[in-house]
Design a protein around this ligand. Structure first.
Ligand SMILES: [Zn+2]
Length: 386
C-alpha cells in the first residue's frame, strides 16, 4: 500500500453543490470530496490516455482511494471540541477579541459517565469567565507544534441568470446566487494505492494531466484547478499508533483497571450498513471486527460513548447524466469511544487490529474518500486548553 499526497490549487472559483435543491441560493461545500475530484481526474485521464487497463484498475476496480481534500493542510475538528460561548476559538487564533481556547471533553465525559468521577461541568477555563458554558466548535484546524488554529475556506457569492436553452437568452424569473470557493486557495489530501505499479502510473499521470475541472457551472468558467503531487508529505499524527493508545489510556489509569480504551474519530463521512442494508449512525464492535478483516479481538470491545450525527450524501453521475442514489453517512468529526477487557487482548494485539482500521478505513465507498478514521487522535488527549 502506498500513499501519494495531493495538492489542488483553485485557478478559478469552484462550486461544489451541497445538495440538489430548488433554493435560489446554491451553497458550496467547504472542501473537495474524494468522489468529486476522483470523477474530475477520471475524465481528464480518459482525455489524455483513453480507457486503458490502468484506468479500469484505478477507477473501476477500486485500486486507488481518493481522500477528501481539505483547505490548507487542515483537519476536521472533532465533535468533542468545545469553546467559550463569548470568546470562541483556539488560543492562537487571530481574532478581534482574544479567544478563550478550545477544550476536548472526551476523556472527562467518559470518566464522569462511566466511572462517576463527578467532574465539574465543563465551563470556560479563562479567568473571570468561569460561569460561561461552552458550545461546539466546528470546521477545520491546523496544528503547528503545540499551536492550534482554525482554518476556514474563503467563499464568495456570484449572481447568475439561468439561460433558456431554446432561445439562448436570459430566462425570466430565473435569477440565482451561486456560492463559490475563491480562486487561489489550496486543498490537500491523498490517494491510497493498493499496488506499486499502479502508484507509479499515477505518479506519472498526475504531472502530465496537471489541470482538472471540478464542481458545477464549468461552462461559466468555474472549476479550473491545478493538480499536483504535494512534496511535503507529513503524517497526520506526530506519534505512532502504539504511543497514541498508551497516552489515551493514561488519561483513564486512575479510574479503570484491567480495561483498554480507544477512540475512533472520523476524518471523512462514513457510510456503514447493517446486515439488512440499512444505514447506521453508530460504528459498532461488529463493524470494527469486519473492517479489521475479520479480527476476533475487536468483537470483544464495547461502544461506551458516541458523539455523532448523520446527513444525506447526494451526488451526480456525470457519465449517466443522472443523480446518484441519496445515501446516509455518519458525519466527519464524529467520535466513538470503546473499551475492551484486558483479559481479551494485549496492547500489541489491539494495536495491530486498529492499525488495519486506520489504514483501510471503515464502511462503503472508501475509494471515494468515505470511511477515513484516526485512532486515539492526539487532539483528544494532548494538553488541556488549546
Ligand atoms: Zn470565556
Amino acid at each position: 500500500m502506498e500513499r501519494i499526497s495531493i495538492e489542488i490549487g483553485l485557478r478559478s472559483p469552484v462550486s461544489i453543490a451541497i445538495r440538489r435543491g430548488v433554493d435560489n441560493v446554491l451553497r458550496t461545500l467547504d472542501f473537495i470530496p474524494g468522489t468529486t475530484w476522483r470523477g474530475a481526474f477520471a475524465k481528464a485521464y480518459i482525455n489524455k490516455y483513453g480507457q486503458d487497463t490502468d484506468f479500469n484498475k484505478i477507477f473501476v476496480e477500486g485500486g486507488a482511494w481518493f481522500s477528501d481534500l481539505l483547505p490548507d493542510r487542515s483537519r476536521v475538528i472533532p465533535y468533542t471540541a468545545f469553546s467559550c460561548k463569548y470568546a470562541h476559538g483556539f488560543l492562537d487564533d487571530d481574532a478581534m477579541e482574544k479567544p478563550h481556547g478550545v477544550l476536548d471533553i472526551l476523556c472527562d465525559t467518559v470518566l464522569d459517565e462511566s466511572f462517576g468521577t463527578q467532574l465539574q461541568p465543563a465551563n470556560c477555563p479563562a479567568d473571570d469567565c468561569h460561569d460561561t458554558t461552552l458550545e461546539n466548535v466546528r470546521g477545520f484546524y491546523k496544528r503547528d507544534g503545540t499551536k492550534y488554529t482554525h482554518v476556514t475556506a474563503q467563499k464568495s457569492l456570484l449572481g447568475h441568470t439561468a439561460i433558456d436553452p431554446r432561445t439562448q437568452t436570459a430566462k425570466e424569473s430565473q435569477f440565482y446566487v451561486l456560492e463559490t470557493l475563491d480562486a487561489g486557495q489550496r486543498f490537500h489530501g491523498d490517494i491510497i494505492v493498493q499496488d506499486r505499479a499502479l502508484s507509479r502510473k499515477l505518479q506519472q499521470a498526475i504531472p502530465e494531466i496537471e489541470t482538472i475541472l471540478v464542481g458545477s457551472d464549468l461552462t461559466r468558467g468555474l472549476g479550473r484547478a491545478s493538480l499536483r503531487i504535494d512534496p511535503s508529505v507529513t503524517a497526520l499524527e506526530d506519534t505512532t499508533l502504539q504511543k497514541r493508545i498508551e497516552n489515551f489510556n493514561a488519561r483513564f489509569a486512575d479510574a479503570a483497571e484491567n480495561l483498554f480504551f480507544f477512540s475512533l474519530t472520523l476524518e471523512s463521512r462514513t457510510i456503514v450498513l447493517d446486515k439488512y442494508l440499512r444505514y447506521k449512525s453508530n460504528i459498532e464492535p461488529e463493524d470494527l471486527q469486519q473492517a479489521a478483516c475479520p479480527d476476533p479481538i475487536l468483537g470483544h470491545c464495547h461502544l461506551i460513548r458516541a458523539w455523532n450525527s448523520t446527513s444525506s450524501v447526494d451526488g451526480w453521475n456525470s457519465k449517466a447524466r443522472f443523480p446518484k442514489l441519496s445515501e446516509t453517512a455518519i458525519d466527519r468529526g464524529a467520535v466513538f469511544v470503546y473499551a475492551i477487557k484486558a483479559e481479551h487482548t494485549t496492547t500489541d494485539q489491539l494495536c495491530r487490529a486498529l492499525q488495519q482500521i486506520e489504514e483501510k478505513g471503515i464502511g462503503e465507498r472508501r475509494e471515494e474518500g468515505f470511511g477515513r478514521v484516526t485512532v486515539c487522535q492526539q487532539f483528544h488527549w494532548e494538553g488541556d486548553n488549546k
